[in-house]
Design a protein around this ligand. Sequence first.
Ligand code: NAD
Ligand code: MG
Length: 398
Amino acid sequence: MSQAVCILGVTGSIGQSTLKILQQHPEDYSVFAITAYSRIKELVQICKQFRPKVVVIPSAKELELLQLFSQENINDIEVLFDEAGLEAVACHPDVDVVMAAIVGAAGLLPTLAAVKAGKRVLLANKEALVMSGDLMMQAARQHQALLLPVDSEHNAIFQCLPEQYLNVERNGQPKLGVSRILLTASGGPFLHHSLDELRSVTPEQACKHPNWSMGQKISVDSATLMNKGLELIEACHLFAISEHFVTIVVHPQSIIHSMVQYVDGSTLAQMGNPDMCTPIAHALAWPKRINTHVPALDLFVNHQLDFQEPDATRFPALTLARQAIQAGGLVPAILNAANEIAVASFLQKQIGFTDIPVVVEHTLNRVENGSADSIDLILQADSTARSIAQQFVSSKGS
Ligand code: NAD
Ligand code: MG
């Protein structure tokens, strides 16, 4: 039977790759709802091709969308708006699968709504899980949602873990013979830059990732290694494992997407060409496998695999993220909020690249930790952290 898919963040890099997969499997999947925050022209082209039943946009874009719809003679698509619209499609009774591919904290409430509605949720929006880890995992268990990792590393880990791992008791200890998770990192575009060189890198350079083509925010996060920090927190929640069982390994070729070690001395790795269509297809069809256009790995071409330890001096974001998950509670949400402000300020050339972790650390030192067992507390910490980070950025500029 065909599955109805809702894509939150359809105009983004993950949204586009998801459409590529769905297009290859029209008998198995239909596009029920799609959402976009900007790029309304692209959204209308997607509507023409995929004919969703519902779209969600910011209300400020209504006029632009309706004009384009009338030019294209589209009059059979329902339009919903803003946060309420995002939540409504994420938990819509006709939706089977939700791709959570909004970037940043904006994706938290719709992702949680999908989880609470017991959907199959394909999780790309790592920030949502970083902010609300325990709450989101609890909601998934309570409402029997299938929360499947799309992030390539977590998808790789999931593929290397025993199948029963999703249902293990959650106390931070590795289970079922697992001893350690090796989370790989490409090291980003500045792997070999000195601290001095890092001070003057531009947003354009930061957004040019050597192996992956991604949205701007995650590209900058990959360059600071905050992406790996967020992924460390993501892994701890998804796989119910404490951070000291997760080792970060720099692997510049991005051929191995992560590994799992076992007590008997085995190390299992998932390998493939770096293309997000593979983890998306895996999460979409799991436990089945479906075709993608991604070519199989040719080891005679991709024959060199290098590994090294990450350098915490040049990339302090890693240490901040590890401290955040150790502290628990609201600290990961505070880290995430401060990082979102710092990355946006760097992209607008208000601060330098090496100021990003400085803004994050400043904010972490000023917002009090507390219990993260309600969404209101999490959103309150997010908002306090944003204003403190923003004030610090403004004070640096003046
Ligand atoms: P992107 O910037 O290309 O796309 C983001 C999408 O979110 C767009 O559709 C945009 O319209 C929407 N959006 C942005 N702000 C919004 C808001 N305030 N409200 C509603 N919608 C909003 O980002 P991306 O690279 O596709 O990444 C999406 C998520 O997936 C991120 O959390 C990222 O960390 C994660 N991820 C991405 C990749 C990748 O290869 N691109 C890999 C792993 C994980
Ligand atoms: Mg990743």
